[in-house]
Design a protein around this ligand. Structure first.
Ligand code: SF4
Length: 524
C-alpha cells in the first residue's frame, strides 16, 4: 500500500465565532476519537495533518492540501459544514470519511455526501478504509465495528495533537482523557444507554497521568467518560496511585447516584474540581438519580440538598436539565427549576431543549412514530437553537414564554450575583459570570425571544413548527448562509434538508402511523 496524505478534521465549532465562551473554552472541547484515528493512520505509515476547528481560525487557511483521504468528525450541529467540506475535498480528488456523533445519528443522510460513514470505529475499521481508499458515490459505504474500541492511544501518543491544540486555549488548558466507554444505565434519551459499559486499561491511564505531570505544574483533565466513576474504587485507586494528593485536577460528567458523600471525599482528595451531573427533569428520568422515587418540590429539595453537599467538596458544579419533556406540563416544571436556582445558588444550570438526534436514542423511534419530529436543519440541532420534537403538553408560544422566563431568571443580575457569592474560587466565579453574559446566558435569551416573536408574527414560521409546512423559514436559511460564509457555495444541493423519520423507516415502521412525511421542498 502506498503512503497516503491524510487530513483529520475535528469540527468543534460549526461556524466562525467571536463569543467569549467559545474563545476561552472551544480549544478545550476537542474530541478524542479524531486524535485516535490520526494515530492509527500514522501506525499504518501514512502522513497525517490534524486540524481542530474551534471557530476562531480561518478554516480555509487551516485545511490540509493535496490530500488523498480526509476524515471529518463532528456533532450534528456541524453536519452542514462537514457536508460542504466533503464536497470541497471530493472536488479536489480526495476520498472523504465521516465519523463521530453525526455519523452515528444520521448515517443514511451522511452517506449521500461522504465516501465512507463510520459507526463504532476501531483500528480494523480504519485499516480497511485506508487499504481500500475508494470512491463510493452517490451513496457512501457504511462501515462499523461491532463495539466501541477497548484499546485506544492514550495521551502520550496523542500529545502531538493535544499540545498543538492547547496553544489556542488562552487561560484554562484542559487535556481530554477517557477511562471508560458506554454506561450501565438505560436512560432512553441517551446515545450511551445502548452501549455496554466497558472500562479501558487502567495501566495506560496511570501512564498518561504520570506523563501529564511532566508537562504541566498542575495539569487539568476533562474526562470524556459518558458516566465517570462507574467502577469508582478502581478508578480512584488508579488516579491516587499515579497522581497522589490531587496532583492532576479533573472535571467529569457523572450521575448524582455516584456523588455520595464518601465518594465526594475521595474525589476531592484525588483532584476533582468539578462535576456535571444530569438532573434532566423533576418528573421523570430518575433511574440514574438517587432521588428517583420522588417528584416535584420534594425532589427539588432533595436534589438541592445533594448539590449543596457536592459543592461543599467541589468548587465547580453544572447541573443539567432538559426542557420540554413529555412528563412536563404547565408552569410547574419551570417554577420548580427556579426554586432549584434559589436553593442551589452555587451550581450553574445547563439547560437543553428536547432534541431527537436521529438514531441516537431508542426514544427517538417513539417521537418519529408519533409524527412529532420536525425537519430542522442539522445546523440548529445543538440542544438550544431548535427543539425538533413538538412538545406534548405545550403550545409553542407558551413553551417559549416559559423557556424565556426561566432563562431570564437564571441569568438575572440577582442570580449571577448569588452564584458569585456562593463560590470561594476565583476561576469558578469568573467562569460562571462569563458563561452567563456570553452566548450561553444572554445570547440564548436573545435568540429565544427572536423565535418567540416570529412564532407570534409569522404564520409561515408557526406552520413550520407545527409540522404543517416543510418550507424552511428564511430566518433559518439566513443564519446558515451567514454562518457558513464561503462554504455555503460548497454545500451540496438539498443538504440543508433531511428525512427526519429515516430511523423509523429503517426499522420498517412506516405506514399509517406516520403522521408527518419526510418530504423535501425548497424554500423559495
Ligand atoms: S446515566 Fe448518563 S450516560 Fe448513562 S445512560 Fe443515563 S444519561 Fe446516558
Amino acid at each position: 500500500m502506498s503512503k497516503l496524505k491524510i487530513g483529520v478534521i475535528d469540527l468543534v465549532s460549526k461556524a466562525p465565532t467571536k463569543a467569549l465562551y467559545a474563545r476561552i473554552m472551544n480549544a478545550n472541547l476537542a474530541s478524542i476519537m479524531p486524535q485516535v484515528v490520526a494515530i492509527w493512520c500514522q501506525h499504518e505509515g501514512h502522513d497525517v495533518k490534524m486540524v481542530c476547528y474551534t471557530g476562531r481560525e480561518q478554516l480555509d487557511k487551516e485545511l490540509p492540501e493535496e490530500v488523498d483521504l480526509v476524515f471529518i468528525c463532528g456533532f450534528t450541529q456541524a453536519g452542514l459544514i462537514s457536508y460542504a467540506l466533503s464536497n470541497y475535498f471530493q472536488s479536489k480528488g480526495a476520498i472523504t470519511v465521516l465519523g463521530g456523533p453525526h455519523a452515528r445519528c444520521y448515517p443514511d443522510d451522511a452517506a449521500k455526501y461522504f465516501d465512507y460513514v463510520t459507526g463504532f470505529t476501531n483500528k480494523v475499521v480504519i485499516k480497511e478504509i485506508l487499504d481500500e481508499c475508494a470512491q463510493h458515490r452517490p451513496i457512501g459505504r457504511y462501515i462499523a465495528a461491532p463495539n466501541q474500541p477497548v484499546d485506544i492511544p492514550g495521551v502520550v501518543e496523542r500529545w502531538q495533537f493535544i499540545e498543538e491544540n492547547l496553544k489556542k486555549a488562552p487561560f484554562l488548558k484542559m487535556v481530554p482523557m477517557i477511562g471508560s466507554m458506554g454506561c450501565p444505565y438505560t436512560c432512553s434519551f441517551c446515545i450511551d444507554s445502548v452501549v455496554p459499559y466497558q472500562p479501558l486499561d487502567f495501566d495506560s491511564l496511570k501512564a498518561d497521568l504520570r506523563f501529564l505531570q511532566t508537562k504541566f505544574k498542575s495539569p487539568l483533565v476533562g474526562w470524556h467518560d459518558p458516566n465517570f466513576g462507574i467502577r469508582f474504587n478502581d478508578y480512584m485507586d488508579a488516579i491516587a496511585e499515579a497522581a497522589p494528593n490531587g496532583a492532576v485536577r479533573f472535571l467529569a460528567e457523572s450521575s448524582l447516584s455516584i456523588l455520595t458523600e464518601p465518594n465526594l471525599k475521595r474525589l476531592k482528595e484525588n483532584g476533582c474540581v468539578g462535576m456535571l451531573p444530569g438532573i434532566e427533569s423533576w418528573f421523570e428520568m430518575g433511574n440514574k438519580s438517587r432521588a428517583s422515587r420522588i417528584t416535584g418540590m420534594e425532589r427539588v429539595k432533595q436534589v438541592s440538598d445533594h448539590t449543596n453537599m457536592i459543592m461543599s467538596y467541589l468548587p465547580y458544579l453544572q447541573t443539567n436539565f432538559v426542557m420540554g419533556l413529555d412528563s412536563d406540563e404547565g408552569d410547574l416544571p419551570f417554577e420548580l427549576t427556579k426554586r432549584f436556582v434559589d436553593l442551589s445558588p452555587g451550581s450553574f444550570p445547563g439547560y437543553s431543549i428536547l432534541t431527537a438526534f436521529g438514531e441516537a436514542a431508542p426514544v427517538n423511534l417513539e417521537y418519529q412514530k408519533d409524527g412529532r419530529v420536525l425537519p430542522f436543519p442539522f445546523h440548529f440541532l445543538n440542544n438550544h437553537l431548535a427543539m425538533n420534537v413538538k412538545p406534548k403538553n405545550y403550545e409553542w408560544v407558551e413553551f417559549y414564554d416559559k423557556v424565556i422566563d426561566l432563562t431570564a431568571y437564571t441569568f438575572s443580575r440577582k442570580a449571577i450575583y448569588r452564584r458569585v457569592k456562593a463560590s470561594n474560587n476565583f476561576t469558578v466565579k469568573w467562569m460562571n459570570v462569563m458563561r452567563a453574559i456570553s452566548s450561553e446566558g444572554y445570547g440564548r435569551l436573545r435568540f429565544f425571544k427572536q423565535v418567540r416573536k416570529m412564532l407570534v408574527e409569522k404564520k409561515s414560521f408557526r406552520d413550520y413548527f407545527e409540522g404543517e409546512s416543510t418550507v424552511l423559514p428564511e430566518f433559518y436559511i439566513n443564519i446558515i448562509k451567514k454562518d457558513l460564509g464561503k462554504w455555503w457555495d460548497w454545500l451540496p444541493e438539498g443538504a440543508i434538508y433531511h428525512d427526519q423519520n429515516a430511523y423509523l423507516k429503517k426499522n420498517g415502521l412506516v405506514g399509517s402511523d406516520l403522521k408527518v412525511a419526510g418530504k423535501r421542498r425548497v424554500s423559495e
